[in-house]
Design a protein around this ligand. Structure first.
Ligand code: NAD
Ligand code: TDX
Length: 334
């Protein structure tokens, strides 16, 4: 089987490439990535000489480059490539529409022209909007995105749906909750807090810190996508989540405790505009239909993640000393 993984140099994509080469050593994996600020080939150093792995630097909005890849014959596409950070989408929405909507359409067109067995769109629970204190997102929850990021992801999803309905393209859309684990870019909450705490820097908490996210260890997301590739019913949406809701403040306190750092590093800062209050996934469809089950408990997953950031200090220090500094200064007005 020949898999095209787009965005495979990012956080989840690189974990997925590593996971698939371990689980299915005979599959060929082409990792196509534009290497934006979020793409990092360091993540894939351990497989760069693997006989069944190949990297192609290309942008998913580049129609000619994408058609060239599909012309070589692709069985399955897993589209991770996206602008993924909500705060950046508030500072500069345009690139989100270009990559997440138009890029998806370029991939869909190529898949339609050359034929694939499966097109997987890796989407997010954020397309459903925000929950009140009770209830969970199911696959039937209406889309109600609140940020330019989630609106652009919803736009991509709608195109994927339309290519199935109109052209019969064999698609699935997966909507996962917040991921954490190795190789997550330090702009996202968990790695940002770990790195800042290790540097004894203040820990920015938006609003009252009571917003709730539903956290899943990245490898459990990868195993879910693997199942959808092989057993997902065409045209279906699958929510992915491990019933693990926590407030941001609870997450931050867990990290501080693990690192033995003081809570007075916590600093309340102005809220994110349009900040979704709560996400919570109902994963019963993928569990009942495809037999998926998460492997990691949060308590062990977060420990492994913290250890990874402790043992791979140069990975995130390299990032934080580069262009990321400009973004950090702009976002946190330091
Ligand atoms: P990330 O920002 O770490 O990685 C994105 C990758 O896509 C990078 O390697 C980047 O270089 C690449 N990329 C960006 N624009 C591109 C373009 N135009 N052409 C080709 N490559 C491009 O993101 P992530 O956190 O790994 O998320 C991956 C996917 O999973 C995204 O689609 C995101 O919406 C979705 N998702 C993420 C989470 C989460 O918690 N991180 C949860 C649910 C869904
Ligand atoms: O400095 C911060 N302070 C803070 O309080 C940051 C960066 C975040 N937060 C809060 C905002 C959110 O309530 O923490 C929570 C998590 O924030 P992010 O890590 O930015 O994630 P989120 O906005 O929930 O989106 C993530 O999950 C869904 C991913 O970035 C998306 O790509 C994915 O689709």
């Amino acid at each position: 089987m020949k898999l095209l993984v787009t965005g495979g140099a990012g956080f989840i994509g690189s974990n997925f490439v590593l996971y698939m080469l371990r689980q299915h050593p005979s599959y060929t994996i082409i990792n196509l990535d534009a290497l934006t600020y979020a793409g990092n080939l360091e993540n894939l150093k351990s497989v760069e000489n693997h006989p069944n792995y190949r990297f192609v630097k290309a942008n998913i909005t580049d129609q000619r480059a994408i058609q060239d890849i599909f012309r070589q014959g692709i069985d399955v596409v897993v589209n991770f490539a996206a602008e993924s950070h909500v705060d950046r989408s508030i500072l500069d929405p345009e690139i989100f529409v270009r990559t997440n909507v138009m890029g998806t359409q370029v991939l869909l067109d190529a898949a339609k022209a050359y034929g694939v067995q499966k097109f997987i769109q890796v989407s997010t629970d954020e397309v459903y909007g925000s929950l009140e204190e009770t209830g969970l997102f199911t696959e039937e929850t209406p889309l109600s995105p609140n940020s330019p990021y989630s609106a652009s992801k919803a736009g991509g999803d709608m195109l994927v749906r339309a290519y199935h309905e109109t052209f019969g393209l064999p698609v699935n859309i997966t909507r996962c909750s917040n991921n954490y684990g190795p190789y997550q870019f330090p702009e996202k909450l968990i790695p940002l807090i770990i790195a800042n705490a290790l540097d004894d820097k203040s820990l920015p908490v938006y609003g009252d810190g009571q917003n709730i996210r539903d956290w899943l260890y990245v490898e459990d997301h990868c195993s879910a996508i693997d199942l959808v590739i092989h057993h997902g019913r065409n045209g279906e949406v699958y929510n992915i989540g491990g019933n693990n809701e926590r407030t941001n403040l609870a997450i931050i306190k867990t990290i501080l405790q693990e690192l033995g750092k003081p809570e007075n590093l916590i600093t309340f800062v102005p809220d994110r505009p349009g900040h979704d209050r709560r996400y919570g996934i109902d994963p019963s469809k993928i569990m009942l239909e495809l037999g998926w089950k998460p492997k990691y408990h949060f308590e062990s997953g977060i420990k492994e993640t913290i250890n990874w950031y402790l043992q791979n200090r140069s990975w995130w220090e390299n990032i934080r000393s580069g262009a990321y500094q400009d973004y950090y200064t702009r976002q946190y007005k330091e």
